[in-house]
Write a protein that binds this ligand. Structure first.
Ligand SMILES: [Fe+2]
Length: 377
């Protein structure tokens, strides 16, 4: 079982990465960090408005990521070219810039908005670990006062601390994205072994995610559901090709071996530490073939003994299996497969989940491809 050993070592890599994420202690949304930094700065020096700028090296521009005292809807329009304006220079030279009592003398300041309104403008770079992450621009002190030297010192100090937390959050964000793409890669590696079921894991994950949304699960739960669904068949990596890729029906003994993919999947995912990130995925891999009447496998659980995620994935998985073309079967139409789900609700599938899924199918006229995709699904 060389493939399992390989997979298990990949999974160990993933767990190390998760540990690193925990160490970073920065499980916060980047946008919250941007806003938090600005709110603090504005409060401390009593500025009228502030903008946090970040360079986008690929596009060779600098964009506003958060603002205080400016309408949020203006933010997407606020961009500068690399090196442009005061912000561009501050990012390039890594030096604070301070313009006081400027009146109308702020040519090419940063943006048309600031050109018109700024009389006093303090721009500080955000630097951490030798890199410039961006810049903060504070405009006008409240009540017509000007920034003093003490304000400038405070802002520079605060910028140093903020840059560190921004750096950590960016690292977390990148690791998180890498982690999600590794999960996808594992699922794709599995699907690639059997060209006939190409894209199965991804589709099942998407259907499960749509069901989760209709059930009004919160976004974290929806992501966990997506993750559990995309990995539900990962144990098939441990099933021999002669069974996995067989184009005719399986014999009884082959089917018994195929059923083992549930336990193998749970075992593979159990190797990921800390387990709490993956407990639902482990349960789903183990229990997605359980059926409401106890006729499923491997544990013959009944009804609500089967965890919610496994019941959702059970419905999504069955629908995709019915509608996918195989060498030995053409694949049913979505309407026909929906009728099958309805026929088997109560006996095999959770009736509420079937009803929700049928609702989704009806709303898109049985064309799930037409449902807009989101970041998760
Ligand atoms: Fe399965």
């Amino acid at each position: 079982m060389a493939t399992i050993t390989m997979l298990e070592s990949k999974v160990k890599e993933l767990s190390k990465m998760l540990e690193a994420l925990k160490e970073l202690n920065a499980a916060i949304d980047l946008q919250d960090v941007f806003q938090g930094i600005l709110d603090q700065m504005v409060m401390i020096v009593e500025a009228e408005a502030a903008i946090l700028w970040m360079p986008d090296n690929e596009r060779k521009q600098i964009s506003a990521k958060a603002a205080v005292g400016l309408a949020a809807e203006r933010l997407p329009d606020l961009t500068l070219a690399e090196g442009e304006g005061i912000v561009g220079k501050v990012i390039q030279n890594r030096d604070t810039d301070f313009i006081d009592n400027a009146g109308e003398a702020l040519p090419a300041c940063s943006t048309a908005y600031l050109d018109q309104h700024a009389t006093s403008l303090l721009t500080v770079p955000l630097q951490a670990k030798g890199n410039v992450l961006g810049a903060i621009q504070l405009m006008n002190r409240k009540n017509g006062r000007f920034f003093c030297q003490r304000n400038i010192k405070l802002v520079v100090m605060l910028a140093e601390q903020s840059a560190l937390s921004l750096h950590n959050s960016q690292m977390y964000d990148e690791l998180y994205k890498m982690f999600v793409s590794m999960i996808r890669m594992l699922a794709e590696a599995l699907d690639a072994r059997d060209p006939l079921t190409k894209g199965h894991s991804e589709r099942v994950a998407r259907y499960a995610w749509l069901i989760g949304k209709r059930l009004k699960l919160d976004s974290q739960m929806c992501f966990e559901l997506y993750q559990a669904a995309i990995l539900h068949d990962i144990g098939k990596i441990g099933i021999e090709d002669r069974i996995l890729r067989k184009t005719t029906g399986l014999t009884d003994s082959e089917f018994e071996l195929m059923k083992k993919h549930t336990e193998i999947g749970a075992r593979i995912l159990s190797a990921i530490k800390p387990n709490r990130f993956f407990q639902k995925s482990i349960d789903t891999a183990m229990l997605h073939h359980e059926r409401m009447d106890g006729s499923g496998y491997p544990k013959q659980l009944k009804g609500e003994q089967i965890p919610l995620f496994a019941r959702i994935v059970g419905v999504a998985d069955a629908f995709d299996a019915m509608t996918t073309e195989r060498t030995y079967s053409k694949g049913m139409s979505a309407k026909h497969a929906a009728a099958e789900l309805i026929r088997c609700k109560d006996s095999l599938f959770d009736p509420d989940i079937v009803d929700i899924f049928i609702g989704i199918l009806e709303d898109c006229s049985y064309d799930l491809e037409s449902v807009p995709r989101t970041d998760a699904g």
